[in-house]
Ligand binder design. Structure first.
Ligand code: IMP
Length: 432
């Protein structure tokens, strides 16, 4: 079957960009279907580090076409900057290589201001959004007053809708948050110019993806964020505002379910989260510091989009099993196994204890309040010494690392087919 879906099984930052880059070698079209520039996908190719926020990581392979699907919210200011950055690194982004759905919604600078003001006003219960305007842009979409990419194609309509939107948000900022917009005119002019420059990329991407699929060409759907940040299936209200799971692929790209072949669940070898919300296996001791890293390396656990230090903890197998079920994951790609080298013991949570009873599932669902009562029950596995970053074959991994991977597959109920042991393209172990 020609469609491969790649999704994150945790709270985002699982290393999807890196695995999409690897899988793109075999794909003709790579499509993002949800979210916006809240995402941050890092891909290392030789000395070059690409940090992509909206364009799929597959763009780095010259033979591919990239699609920004209708389920996305797109920021013309940051998208044009991303296109520029890629061309500076020798990657040509032309309308032949990048297609933007006419039905994708647009994020404006006003959405950003509103997002930041709203989250700040939440005080202690703030979500810790990326401040990129994601929530307000999806609110406008649901309220049927959003700006769509297709509006760019009619400058008069675009101007009218943009001005009405600016006035509306301005009123809200003044009324509810006592703030205002400075330099409104130049903000509008700059935004309009950037948006208009995207016109040649806008088309019916649903028809394009369906055409590729009907010809049997290999399409890769690239998820953003992770399962536990899904608006419906995640740790609500500490979630993003889009459908991040495999289900979002179909409505977010405009395709049917038949072509699905593989659903690859990207899973970091430990757990991380940025922003607020429940995190049963979170560590606050010196182990956390070791897992997170100092920030000196590009792979350390600091946000690609915001630079915030990520919260870290041991792998949560209960949540992983949930993610496998929600997405119909057929195989796992395990990332950052190398980071666990040198620990004398490695823990994995396979059950929760709630009021003295043990559960290997979510006894009260994924609701933020119930999750505060979940105490992780850990299994302790032996760690391994030495550097595994140069290992390329399963049989060359230390037996303790093999044992850890086998246990994860057992808990998840699906095989681990790919293991990454470093940020470079070739630092990957493939399993039969
Ligand atoms: P928003 O998507 O900016 O509205 O943020 C909502 C929540 O999702 C916050 O906790 C963010 O930190 C989190 N989030 C959004 N995008 C990402 C991502 O790409 N990786 C990890 N967390 C994310």
């Amino acid at each position: 079957m020609p469609l491969t879906i790649v999704i994150g099984t945790q709270w985002g930052d699982e290393g999807k960009g890196r695995i999409v880059d690897v899988l793109s070698a075999e794909a003709q079209l790579i499509a993002r279907y949800s979210g916006g520039d809240n995402a941050g996908h890092t891909v290392t190719v030789g000395k070059d580090i690409f940090k992509l926020h909206q364009i799929p990581s597959g763009i780095i392979h010259a033979h591919t076409v990239s699609v920004l699907g209708n389920g996305m919210v797109i920021n013309p200011n940051t998208l044009t900057a991303e296109i520029e950055l890629l061309s500076q690194k020798g990657i040509l982004v032309s309308p032949q290589r990048l297609a933007i759905s006419h039905a994708a919604h647009l994020i404006t600078p006003m959405h950003r201001l509103l997002d930041q003001a709203q989250d700040e006003a939440r005080g202690a219960s703030k979500i810790g959004t990326t401040g990129r305007g994601i929530g307000p842009a999806y609110v406008d979409k649901a309220a049927r007053r959003g700006l769509r990419a297709q509006d760019i194609l009619d400058p008069v309509v675009f101007r009218e809708k943009l001005m009405a939107h600016v006035q509306e948000v301005r009123r809200q900022l003044q009324l509810f948050f006592g703030s205002d917009v400075t330099d409104e005119q130049s903000l509008i002019e700059e935004y309009t110019a950037k948006a208009m420059s995207l016109a040649p990329y806008i088309c019916d991407t649903g028809a394009l993806v369906r055409d590729y699929l009907s010809k049997g060409m290999h399409v890769l759907a690239e998820g953003a964020q992770g399962t536990l940040l899904d608006l419906d299936q995640g740790t609500y209200p500490y979630v993003t505002s889009s459908c991040t799971t495999a289900a979002g692929v179909f409505s977010g790209l405009g395709i049917g379910v038949q072509p699905v072949g593989r659903v690859v669940g990207i899973t970091k070898a430990f757990q991380t989260r940025v922003g607020s919300g429940p995190f049963p296996t979170e560590l606050l001791d010196e182990t956390a510091g070791r897992l997170r890293g100092s920030g000196a390396n590009p792979w350390d656990e600091f946000g690609t989009t915001t630079g915030r230090p990520r919260r870290v903890g041991w792998l949560d197998g209960v949540l992983l099993r949930y993610a496998v079920a929600i997405n119909g994951v057929s195989e796992l790609a395990l990332t950052k196994l190398d980071i666990l080298s040198g620990f004398s013991a490695i823990k994995v949570c396979a059950a929760y204890r709630v009021e003295g009873k043990e559960y290997d599932f979510l006894p009260g669902g994924l609701q933020a309040r119930q999750m505060q009562t979940y105490q992780p029950v850990y299994e302790e596995l032996p760690g391994w010494e030495g550097d595994i970053r140069s290992v390329r074959r399963w049989e060359d991994l230390p037996s303790q690392a093999q044992q850890y991977v086998r246990r994860i597959a057992q808990i998840a109920g699906v095989p681990v087919r790919t293991i990454s042991v470093g940020p470079e393209r070739e630092q990957v172990i493939y399993l039969a």
